[in-house]
Design a protein around this ligand. Sequence first.
Ligand SMILES: NC(=O)C1=CN([C@@H]2O[C@H](COP(=O)(O)OP(=O)(O)OC[C@H]3O[C@@H](n4cnc5c(N)ncnc54)[C@H](OP(=O)(O)O)[C@@H]3O)[C@@H](O)[C@H]2O)C=CC1
Ligand SMILES: O=CCCC(=O)O
Length: 339
Amino acid sequence: MNCSQFATTMRSAFSLHHFNSPRLSRHVSNVSASLQPQGQGTDTPPRIGFLGLGIMGTPMALNLIKAGVDLTVWNRTKSKCDPLISLGAKYKPSPEEVAASCDLTFAMLADPQSAVDVACGKHGVANGIGPGKGYVDVSTVDVDTSKLINGHIKSTGALFLEAPVSGSKKPAEDGQLIFLTAGDRNLYETVAPFLDIMGKSKFYLGDVGNGAAMKLVVNMIMGSMMASFSEGLLLSEKVGLDPKVLVEVISQGAINAPMYSMKGPSMIQSNYPTAFPLKHQQKDLRLALGLAESVSQPIPIAAAANELYKVAKSHGYSDEDFSAVIEALKSKFQHSENQ
Ligand SMILES: NC(=O)C1=CN([C@@H]2O[C@H](COP(=O)(O)OP(=O)(O)OC[C@H]3O[C@@H](n4cnc5c(N)ncnc54)[C@H](OP(=O)(O)O)[C@@H]3O)[C@@H](O)[C@H]2O)C=CC1
Ligand SMILES: O=CCCC(=O)O
C-alpha cells in the first residue's frame, strides 16, 4: 500500500456514526469516506493507540476516549493506565503490542531517550508496526532523534509524523493544544481529525525535523521569558515594589503574555504547582542549544537561562513547575553557587 492509498484507507474509517462526540463529527464530516482499514469491514472504527500517560498524555488520551475513539493505552508505569481503562480504554502490555493492534499510534514521552526506547527498543513500536499503519510522536525531542525514529518506523513500511505540541496541562485538558507537525503529509491528513480533538490548531511544516525544530525554538523563547520574568519579580521586590503590581502592569502592556498572569501570583508565594516540569524545560533549552550549535547561531540569552534551570534542578526543583526557576535566583542559592 502506498502513502496515498493508506491515507484514503484510513480516512474511510472515520464515518460519523462511530463517534459520540459532536466535535469529532464536525471534523470528520469533511473527510471523504471511501475505503476501509486493511482487513476491516465498513463499520469498523480505526483503532488508536496511545503510549505515555504523564501530565500531557493522560488528558490527551482522555479527550480521545470522550470523543468515542477506540483507544488502546500503554504506559511504563502501568497504574497510570488504570483510570483510562476504567473509562473504556483497552490495554496492551508493550508498545509493540499496541502498535500491532492499532491502525494509528500516538506517543507522548519524556525526552529523546524514552522516545527512542519506546519506538525502536526491545518490544518497541517498530517491532509491531508495518504497512497500513501510522506512528505519531508528539513528544518534544531534537531533530536527530525524530529523524532516527522516522527511519526505524519507515523501514517497516509504516508512516511517520512528528507532532510536538505547544500548550501545557490545561490546554491538554481543554483540547486546546497547538500541533507542530512534520513528516508524511498523507498521515498528517489522516490524523487531522484526532489532532482536532486534542488541539485547537495544527501546523504542517514539511520534512521530519521541522516540527521538532519549531517546538525547540518556541520553548527556547519561553524558557528565557520565564527566567527574565523571575529576575523582574525578585528585583521589584528588592527595591521595595509590590511584585503583584508588577504583574498587573505587565498584563496591560505590550509585553503581556498569558504565562505571566497565570504563573506570577503563585511564583510570588514560592508555589510551583507542576504543569510543565522544570526538568523538561531544561531539556528543551539543552536541545535548543544543540540546534543552535548545528547552524552556528549564537543564543547567549537562552544559554544563560539554561544555566539557571540547571541550578534549579540541582536544588531539587526538577519535578516542580518550570516557574520554580525563580528559586535559582534567590540569595540562598546565589550565595552557595558563588562560594
Ligand atoms: N507538561 C507540559 O506542559 C508539556 C510537556 N511537553 C512535552 O511532552 C512530553 C511529556 O511531557 P509530560 O507529560 O509533561 O511529562 P511527564 O514527565 O509527566 O510524563 C513523561 C512520560 O514519559 C514516560 N517515560 C519516561 N521515561 C520513559 C522510558 N524510559 N520509557 C518509557 N516511558 C518513559 C513516563 O512514564 P512513567 O509514567 O512510567 O514515568 C510518562 O508517561 C515531554 O517531551 C515534554 O517536554 C510538551 C508540551 C507541554
Ligand atoms: O513544552 C511545554 C510548553 C508549555 C506551554 O506551551 O505552555
